[in-house]
Design a protein around this ligand. Structure first.
Ligand SMILES: Cc1ncc(COP(=O)(O)O)c(C=O)c1O
Length: 323
């Protein structure tokens, strides 16, 4: 690719990492960087490396003791009674909609500005995402636009916390309560964020987190569904592993048995112990505010919220993103 062929938008795309493998001389001349800015540079320490090696040596690679420990510690961290570890936030949101019993022909409220996964999972059911406008400053669902989109077919409200800034949950919950609708949070960007002092993960009926490579807590691919509802948790656990009555780990433990029932056609969404090994240490480190501030600042620069050293979107404060 010749430098002169790079349009202004291409330069932006290169800076954001949407275009990779551009020859170094092009980068140097047009972007002014000596070093290529990678799309996703996770913060991996020796602790994660040792834990993954320990997993590899343990002989247990798939869902097992480390995934179960990660679920317990994550649940405790966000104050949710139940956490189900899966292989993406997309899977977690799919399981959330399954847990509330979404059917073909139903409607689900989705903010108009989000990643494709939030709406995509609604379509999996043959249901319809109904898009609601967002606040132009926060880019989060605008509660004043919500109620007029609720119909007799609406089954749930999905809320996204863009760039880790929680949406207006009080106003959204008031409308949801008035219409007897569950709220599902797409918290892919929001670990560990707080809304009015409360950690995201135990506020709405169901909350989905992403541990994709670019996230504050990164396991490569991974996700978590949290809830206070034991029926939702039980259903999500079962559907995350082919709809069978017990996972492989339970079959192996002392009290386990090889016998299981296939209760329903489910999915293959379980988290591996290799991913959980990363997650355990990422989770512990996410409690460290300097780690988060560094990640949040990088994200803000990449998203264009900070340009030339100045904030161009006033999303309260980066402090919102950290504990
Ligand atoms: C807002 C939002 N929701 C959902 C997802 C999907 O996350 P995952 O890749 O873990 O499925 C993303 C991914 O970046 C996202 O940005």
């Amino acid at each position: 690719m010749e430098a002169r062929n790079l349009s202004k938008s291409n330069v932006g795309a290169v800076e954001c990492g949407f275009i990779q493998h551009v020859p170094a001389h092009v980068n140097d001349r047009r972007v002014g960087r000596k070093k290529f800015l990678p799309f996703a540079l996770p913060h991996i320490t020796q602790a994660e490396i040792d834990e993954v090696v320990d997993t590899l040596r343990s002989g247990w690679l798939t869902t097992g003791p480390k995934t179960k420990r990660f679920e317990r510690e994550f649940a405790e961290r966000v104050g949710a009674p139940y956490a189900v570890a899966v292989n993406s936030a997309t899977a977690a949101m799919h399981l959330a909609l399954d847990a509330i019993g979404l059917q073909a022909g139903d409607e689900v409220i989705v903010p108009v500005y989000t990643f494709t996964a939030t709406a995509e999972v609604v379509i999996y059911f043959g249901a319809r995402p109904v898009f609601v406008d967002v606040d132009p400053v926060t880019c989060n669902l605008d509660p004043t636009q919500l109620e007029k989109h609720i119909t007799a077919r609406t089954r749930a409200i999905m809320v996204v916390h863009i760039a880790g800034l929680p949406a207006e949950l009080d106003a959204i919950h008031a409308i949801a309560k008035a219409h007897n609708l569950p709220v599902i949070e797409d918290a892919a960007h929001a670990f560990p964020a707080r809304y009015r002092g409360q950690v995201i993960g135990a506020i709405s009926d169901l909350t989905a987190f992403s541990f994709y490579a670019t996230k504050t807590l990164a396991t490569g691919e991974g996700g978590m569904l949290t809830t206070a509802n034991p029926e939702y948790a039980e259903r999500a656990t079962m559907m995350a592993l082919h709809g069978i009555s017990r996972d492989a780990w339970k079959r192996y433990t002392a009290e386990g048995s090889w016998y299981y029932e296939v209760l329903q056609a489910g999915y293959k969404y379980n988290m591996t112990d290799i991913a959980a090994a990363l997650g355990l240490h990422q989770l512990a480190r996410c409690l460290n505010s300097s780690h988060l501030l560094a990640l949040a600042t990088r994200e803000a620069v990449e998203c264009g919220f900070i340009q030339h050293g100045r904030r161009v979107v006033d999303f309260q404060s980066l402090q919102t993103l950290i504990m």
